[in-house]
Design a binder for this molecule. Structure first.
Ligand code: AMP
Length: 118
C-alpha cells in the first residue's frame, strides 16, 4: 500500500523543497539530504510506487524506460558517466529501505570502495 504522505511524495507535490538535478515526465532527481559520497543523488519515478517489486510488477513500459533513461541523463549531468559511479536501490526490510517510494541512489565523485561494508 503506497503512503501518499511519504517524504518523496511530498517532494513530488512540491510541499517540501529539494535540490533538483533533473526532471522530466517520468523522473525527478535531487541531491540526497545526507550525502554518503561526494556525489549522492536520488532518482525517483514520478509514479506512486513503493519499491522495486511494485515498480517491476505495475509500472508501464514507458515508466520503466523513463526511469532507466532518466538515470542515464542524470549521471551525465553529474559528470560521473566517464569517471564511474554506483547506482543502488534499497528494497524492503533487509535492504534497509527507509523511504517507501522507489528511489535509486547514485554515488560518485570519488573511489567508492567495496560494495557491501562488513
Ligand atoms: P533508503 O534507505 O534507500 O530508503 O534511503 C533514503 C534516502 O533518502 C536517505 O539516503 C536519506 O538521506 C534521503 N532523504 C530523506 N529525506 C530526504 C529529503 N527530504 N531530501 C533528500 N533526501 C532525503
Amino acid at each position: 500500500m503506497y503512503d501518499q504522505n511519504n517524504i518523496f511524495a511530498k517532494i513530488l507535490r512540491k510541499e517540501i523543497p529539494c535540490k533538483k538535478v533533473y526532471e522530466d515526465k517520468f523522473v525527478l532527481a535531487f541531491h540526497d539530504i545526507n550525502p554518503q559520497a561526494k556525489v549522492h543523488v536520488l532518482v525517483i519515478p514520478k509514479g506512486a510506487y513503493v519499491d522495486f517489486n511494485d515498480f517491476s510488477n505495475n509500472a508501464t513500459k514507458e515508466e520503466i524506460e523513463g526511469l532507466i533513461r532518466g538515470l542515464g541523463k542524470v549521471v551525465k549531468i553529474l559528470n560521473v558517466s566517464e569517471t564511474g559511479y554506483r547506482y543502488l536501490g534499497n528494497n524492503g526490510k533487509d535492504g534497509c529501505q527507509e523511504v517507501p517510494h522507489l528511489h535509486l541512489h547514485i554515488f560518485g565523485g570519488e573511489k567508492l570502495g567495496k560494495m557491501i561494508a562488513k
